[in-house]
Ligand binder design. Structure first.
Ligand code: CA
Length: 367
């Protein structure tokens, strides 16, 4: 073996550093050729239409990051809703091992896990930054892992939409009475609050909202915010666009992993998979924050959408009903009760700081 081969073989990367530090031009030859590692092929199923802005592209981004960071040792192929399984079959598909990853929102699994909505968004609950604080530093993620464990799944935060919009309405909402008999696409706990207010909540996957609103099967619909609502053309079917999104103040999106598949990975790949999701959690929120205002401008200036704010009296009533809905949910299930206790206590404390820091500063910035 030539000397430089020898150095390369035994010292690897540190030899490269040492040689370049000495200013030598010559590069050591790398380690002896190894047997190429086997590529782990994973499928990711999603609740979103393929490549849908923010949500679908967020799922693509998790896959891309895993592929890149692993140097191709894992290859993830992404399926849009309906390609491999339906939008609301993602949980079962990953739990059964038909796919190894699933990109969705935890609130869609409320029928299986009563505590699930707490891990995406709760009406009048935490905003995006506070959700991350609760999940990563307030015990939320450990509770989420406990909730998914019986299904052989590992949950991960993998994106956030930020505060959503209140939705699209065909008529103005001036009092709680205007919600009576209103047929609205609004899933999860927000839907149950609407029901208590006398409305008729409907759960539909994103792709079915526009035709239902246009045909008159729905009177109103909430989806996400300007960036996504513009993409679906919802402004063509209803003209009043309401804020704030009391029903989803900062919705965490998830990427669940099949636990058995995850355990087969070496620890470096496990870390890559989980950290790709963490990166994506940040990137999605940044994308929504940057794109929402551009889209809002298009909606108002080009499509003449009428922006409205829910009257305070309506919000006060909805907030009361929301507490009832969440307390009833927590009373029915021991884990939901523990999760709500954790999130409620966290909200009480963190909102003091949010009010003192961000709310107070935003007030100052707007003076
Ligand atoms: Ca929504």
């Amino acid at each position: 073996m030539k000397r430089r081969d020898f150095i390369g073989a035994i010292a690897g990367a540190s030899a490269v550093t040492a040689l370049s530090a000495c200013g030598k031009e010559e590069q050591p030859v790398g380690a002896a050729p190894q047997k190429p590692a086997e590529v782990v092929k994973w499928k990711m199923v999603t609740t979103w239409p393929k490549n849908f802005p923010g949500l679908g592209t967020g799922a693509n981004r998790v896959a891309e990051l895993i592929n890149e960071m692993s140097g191709g040792r894992i290859h993830v192929k992404v399926y849009g809703s309906g390609e491999l399984v339906g939008a609301f079959e993602v949980f079962d598909a990953v739990s059964s091992g038909r796919a190894q990853l699933g990109h969705a929102g935890a609130y869609y699994w409320k029928g299986k896990i009563p505590a699930a909505p707490f891990f995406s968004s709760v009406p009048f609950g935490l905003i995006a930054d506070e959700m991350n604080a609760w999940l990563y530093n307030g015990g939320g993620l450990a509770l989420w892992e406990e909730a998914y464990k019986p299904f052989g799944l590992i949950p991960n935060p993998a994106g956030n939409t930020g505060t959503q919009m209140g939705g699209w309405f065909k008529k103005e909402i001036n009092s709680l009475a205007d919600l009576k008999g209103l047929k609205m696409r609004i899933p999860g706990l927000g839907g149950e609050v609407l029901k208590k207010a006398g409305g008729i909540p409907v759960t539909l996957p994103g792709g079915e909202i526009f035709p239902s609103l246009q045909s008159g099967a729905l009177d109103a619909a909430e989806w996400v915010g300007p960036y996504n609502d513009l993409a679906f053309g919802l402004y063509k079917a209803a003209k009043y666009y309401y804020t704030p999104g009391w029903q989803e103040p900062g919705s965490t999106m998830e990427c669940m992993i099949n636990e058995a598949a995850f355990k087969q990975l070496p620890t470096d790949l496990q870390s890559i998979v989980r950290n790709a999701m963490k990166v994506s959690n940040l990137e999605m929120l940044s994308e929504y924050t940057a794109r929402n205002q551009q889209a809002l401008q298009t909606l108002v200036e080009k499509h003449h959408v009428e922006l409205r704010e829910f009257p305070d009296e309506v919000l006060i009533e909805l907030k009361k009903l929301s507490e009832e809905v969440v307390n009833e949910l927590a009373a029915k299930d021991a884990l939901a009760n523990r999760v709500w206790a954790s999130q409620k206590a966290f909200r009480a404390e963190v909102s003091k700081w949010t009010n003192l820091s961000e709310v107070s500063f935003i007030k100052a910035r707007n003076l």
